[in-house]
Ligand binder design. Structure first.
Ligand code: NDP
Length: 469
């Protein structure tokens, strides 16, 4: 065998690429993986993992006040970003080495180089080396997208946050999606003065409206100023010097917005969406069809328009979540290397927004469900025992969206501490097609917040059901 010939070459060492490479190798394929950056991709290096550790770091801010309500006496100390960042990067380096060990242990040949498709069955590495393979898998993920606003290059994107040398004194977060809300919440918890500016009327467009209101109330309770219906139209250096953590070049930034207002902040974080990482990979030249935003167009088996070239994960722009990329990778290996064509089920995927409190969601929103037929809404909001006892005003929110005809729970939305953990479990029932009566038959675990999911007896409202029916 020519050493440069493989059954599979994977381009991209993130969640999808690494899983596909490992599993294909374990199925007996000769596999190479090319990655130009650190192994682990967005999730491990500049996304889910460091973000969640920052969520934990910021969560300690609330503890002293709550503990005082329980009779403890301690104050808020100083948060040492430098010390945290050192530990954070140590952990990321550890995780990266675990990924490399796993690849090595599976017999995958790793090329630490940028790669591009150079023709049918051929991949060219930076430096000119060409490797050949029967199958090529594109798993290059996505990257933050900067809006076309003058001065956007002066701003941070999410990738930059984990490398800040110091925390800014003030931060304007632009966007209202997952990243904007999570970063706003984290930074506020770490003591940064945060303003969140979103162009929609409320944060988290596309999520359940009632839950969005509760999340926004939680953000405001953290001291975050939300500026809805507004977008920046120009960003420039002030010329002055920010007291701490200033933008590129050290100066503070002056932001003009679509409402005609101006504000000066130390830093601006653009969290205005992500775009598939498909440029410069030789895809269009090879005849691979690209869709809106550069997403690689694939069929339900992750095949691109060119035989022998496949794509999984964020580069395909289907559902941009790590567990989905991993499933797509596993299905690809079943299809391409195990003679078992497998499609990924993209229905009813739960997710969580890691704000404080968290927001966990699965299935249809109330607004979406109303368009499908008659529905009943079961919802409750209450002060949870833990923070309520300590005098906290924060409320949690639980909601079930139920089909009045099939009785199936079409959607479940939870805004509460640890909602991410709760929705994972509720998602099993929803995915199984549980009815409201199945939820009702389930005995409560008491005293918990989640018990409300099985004790809501009467709908708070219904849609599409005729009176007296
Ligand atoms: P989202 O698509 O979730 O949100 C993008 C936000 O930016 C929206 O509020 C959008 O507004 C706004 N926006 C877009 N363009 C502009 C513009 N030109 N000017 C002003 N605002 C703009 O993207 P994210 O970057 O937050 O996240 C990307 C994806 O990554 C998510 O969809 C998710 O799949 C994944 N992710 C998941 C996480 C999790 O599971 N916890 C965490 C982080 C990311 P509008 O709504 O009006 O379009």
């Amino acid at each position: 065998m020519n050493e440069r010939e493989f059954d599979l070459v994977v381009i991209g060492g993130g969640s999808g690429g690494v899983r596909a490479a490992r599993v294909a190798a374990e199925a007996g394929a000769r596999v190479a993986l090319a990655e130009e950056d650190r192994m682990g991709g967005t999730c491990v290096i500049r996304g889910c993992v460091p973000k969640k550790l920052m969520v934990y770091a910021s969560s300690f801010a609330d503890l002293p006040a709550e503990a005082r309500g329980y009779g403890w006496d301690f104050g808020v100390g100083r948060f040492d970003w430098g010390a945290f960042r050192t530990r954070l990067h140590g952990e990321l380096a550890r995780l990266e080495s675990v990924y490399r060990r796993l690849l090595d242990g599976s017999g995958v040949t790793v090329f630490d180089a940028r790669a591009r498709v150079a023709g049918p069955g051929a991949v060219e590495l930076a430096g000119g080396q060409v490797i050949r393979a029967r199958e090529i898998l594109i798993a290059t993920g996505g990257r933050p997208e900067r809006p076309e606003v003058p001065g956007a290059d002066l701003c941070l994107v999410s990738d930059d946050v984990f490398d800040l040398t110091e925390l800014p004194e003030s931060l304007l977060v632009v966007g209202g999606g997952y990243i904007a809300c999570e970063m706003a919440s984290i930074m506020a918890g770490l003591g940064v003065e945060v303003t969140l500016m979103c162009r929609a009327g409320q944060v988290l467009r596309g999520f359940d409206d009632e839950a969005r209101e509760v999340v926004a109330a939680g953000l405001r309770a953290q001291g975050i100023a939300i500026v809805p219906g507004t977008a920046p139209v120009g960003i420039a250096r002030t010329g002055g010097v920010a007291r701490t953590g200033g933008g590129a070049g050290g100066g503070a930034l002056r932001v003009r917005d679509s409402a005609g207002a101006e504000r000066v902040v130390a830093q601006v974080l653009l969290a205005t969406g992500r775009r598939p990482n498909s440029a410069g990979l030789g895809l269009a030249e090879a005849g691979v069809r690209l869709g809106p935003g550069g997403a690689v167009v694939v069929d339900s088996h992750s095949r691109t328009s060119v035989p022998g070239i496949w794509a999984v994960g964020d580069v395909t722009g289907r559902v941009n979540l790590t567990p989905v990329a991993i499933r797509e990778a596993m299905a690809f290996v079943e299809t391409a290397f195990r003679g078992n064509p497998t499609q990924v089920d993209h229905e009813l995927i739960a997710s969580a927004v890691f704000t404080r409190p968290e927001f966990g969601t699965v299935g249809l929103t109330e607004e979406e469900a109303r368009a499908t037929g008659p529905v009943e809404i079961y919802a409750t909001s209450f002060k949870p025992m833990r923070s309520g006892f300590a005098g906290g005003e924060a409320k949690v929110h639980m909601k079930l969206v139920v089909s009045a005809t099939t009785r199936r729970v079409l959607g479940c939305h939870i805004v509460a501490p640890e909602a991410g953990e709760m929705i994972q479990l509720a998602a099993i029932a929803v995915k199984m097609g549980a009815t409201k009566e199945d939820f009702d038959r389930t005995c409560a675990v008491h005293p918990t917040m989640a018990e409300e999911l099985v004790t809501m007896r009467r709908p708070v409202r219904s849609w599409g059901i005729e009176a007296g029916a």
